[in-house]
Design a protein around this ligand. Structure first.
Ligand SMILES: C[S@@+](CC[C@H](N)C(=O)[O-])C[C@H]1O[C@@H](n2cnc3c(N)ncnc32)[C@H](O)[C@@H]1O
Length: 237
């Protein structure tokens, strides 16, 4: 991974160069670069004919149309999944923060965890720009976080899956890039079991409809056309 910066960011740039290139496979990330400018962090993916800039865009069209439909009550799957308003919610797999941002807009007090260092840099940059309150973010593994934290959350949300890719759309490029910089959880059930212990109401695990993954049997499943949301009752309720 290449790191470019102006002189003001030289220290951060040297630090990232050392740490990220230890963390990531050089072959997989050889066409990725991080540009550190005065006031923003940009990830460039040059695996395409025309390089694309990848960022966390809380104000973009994709997230805002989701928010409108959720708030207007149409297709309100999150309303069904998380029925008690203004609750605390831990998103164990933040990614681009799309789901978390929608949930925060619905009034939940959201904490996000993300274990990819690059994704965390982008998320943190976006949060700083918007000066978002009631929206905490930690970089690290969510199992370790839950294991070491004294906190309990009303809801815990886990989304291990990647969206089905629409060819060439920016969102598919975002998701393809996320695959290069993210880390898949190896022991999904371990995380789900701990989340159940640390939840007051419920744990929700998103999966593609015909998933072959062998996750813990849920109490029940709320289904949409393409997705299964597996529901587990929290032990602390
Ligand atoms: C499919 S994406 C989530 C997309 C997200 N729901 C959104 O709305 O953008 C899964 C993300 O979870 C992260 N992840 C997977 N296992 C994790 C764990 N145990 N702790 C923290 N992050 C994890 C991956 O690095 C990846 O960025």
């Amino acid at each position: 991974m290449n790191i470019f910066s102006n002189l003001r960011n030289k220290e951060l740039s040297d630090f990232l160069d050392k740490t990220l290139n230890n963390y990531y496979d050089k072959v997989i990330t050889k066409n990725l670069s991080i540009n550190l400018s005065k006031d923003s962090i940009e990830l460039i993916n040059a695996n395409y004919k025309k390089a694309v800039s990848i960022s966390v865009d809380f104000l973009g069209k994709e997230i805002n149309s989701k928010i409108k439909s959720r708030l207007s009550g149409k297709k309100d799957i999150f309303g069904k999944l998380f029925p008690i308003k203004n609750s605390t919610l831990l998103d164990c797999t933040a990614g681009y923060g799309r789901d978390s941002y929608v949930l925060r807009s619905m009034g939940f007090n959201v904490t996000m965890i993300e274990n990819s260092p690059v994704m965390s840099l982008l998320l943190n940059d976006a949060l700083k720009k918007l000066k978002l309150l009631n929206f905490n973010m930690y970089h690290g593994n969510s199992y370790d976080y839950l294991n070491h934290s004294e906190k309990y959350y009303d809801y815990i949300y886990i989304d291990f899956m990647f969206n089905k890719l629409k060819k060439n759309s920016l969102s598919s490029k975002n998701d393809e890039t996320l695959k290069l910089i993210s880390f898949q959880e190896n022991d999904k059930n371990n995380l789900i079991r701990l989340a159940i212990k640390k939840s007051n109401h419920r744990v929700v695990v998103k999966e593609p409809k015909n998933s072959l993954s062998n996750i813990l049997k849920p109490e029940y499943t709320i289904k949409t056309k393409l997705l299964n949301f597996n529901i587990y009752k929290g032990n602390n309720g």
